[in-house]
Design a protein around this ligand. Structure first.
Ligand SMILES: Nc1nc2c(ncn2[C@@H]2O[C@H](COP(=O)(O)OP(=O)(O)O)[C@@H](O)[C@H]2O)c(=O)[nH]1
Ligand SMILES: Nc1ncnc2c1ncn2[C@@H]1O[C@H](COP(=O)(O)OP(=O)(O)O)[C@@H](O)[C@H]1O
Length: 185
């Protein structure tokens, strides 16, 4: 039986490469279970309901919150996001490593409710590179990018709250480090 925590939270500013790193990691290790969040954000091209997110209406999100169905939730850059509680607990009880990819506010809530979880901060190699990645992804209009960069300043300042930091210079390296942390390899 592993002594390492089986709940891992990955946070970091929008555009740092969280989704890219996690996708890379899961290509080779699909046994790492990634929680699928609910969000009121509209799907980007190629995003699928139930795979990338559960895309819900404001009313549906209200109900999830009111019924206590979310382990944590937060408003980020004008949309709400939350982690469905039941699936996380089921996987942990079954001994499956659980990964949450959530924002700073969510990470703080998990620290309170599940202190055994490990909080990992994914940092960009530099501010300029973060701006380049977020802009280069081409999924948000300039006003939304601005809003996300404002949030990024707050998130970067909170890095010391995390158990550890990984700098996303190389996707392959970070994916490997993350796997070692989760204790899969
Ligand atoms: N608190 C919380 N944050 C979430 C959740 N799901 C996603 N996020 C975070 O919300 C932020 C915006 O996510 P998204 O719109 O998909 O943009 P992206 O992460 O830049 O691709 C990111 O920091 C995500 O990690 C969740 O269930 N709870
Ligand atoms: N290590 C890296 N080097 C260069 N570009 C990267 C790296 N990691 C991610 N990217 C690129 O940065 C952009 C944002 O990555 P993404 O995974 O969508 O970030 P996040 O999920 O943190 O918002 C994408 O275009 C992605 O291809």
């Amino acid at each position: 039986m592993s002594e390492r925590p089986r709940l891992t939270v990955l946070s970091g500013p929008s555009g740092v490469g969280k989704s890219t790193v996690v996708a890379h990691m899961r290509q080779e290790h699909p046994e790492v279970w990634l929680s699928v969040s609910a969000t009121t954000r509209r799907p980007r091209p190629g995003e699928r309901h139930g795979v990338h997110y559960f895309f819900v209406t404001d009313e549906e999100m209200d109900k999830l919150i009111a019924n206590g169905e979310l382990l944590e939730w937060a408003e980020f850059a004008g949309n709400r996001y939350g982690t469905p509680r039941a699936a996380v607990l089921e996987h942990l009880e079954a001994g499956v490593p659980v990964l949450l990819e959530i924002d700073l506010q969510g990470a703080r809530q998990v620290r309170e409710s599940m202190p055994e979880g490990r909080l990992v901060f994914l940092a960009p190699p530099s501010w300029e590179e973060l701006v380049r990645r977020l802009t280069g992804r081409g999924t948000e209009p300039p006003a939304v990018i601005e809003r996300r960069l404002e949030a990024a300043k707050i998130e970067l300042a909170a890095e010391p709250e995390f158990d550890m930091t990984l700098v996303n210079t190389s996707v392959e390296d970070v994916a490997r480090e993350l796997l070692a942390l989760i204790n899969v390899v």
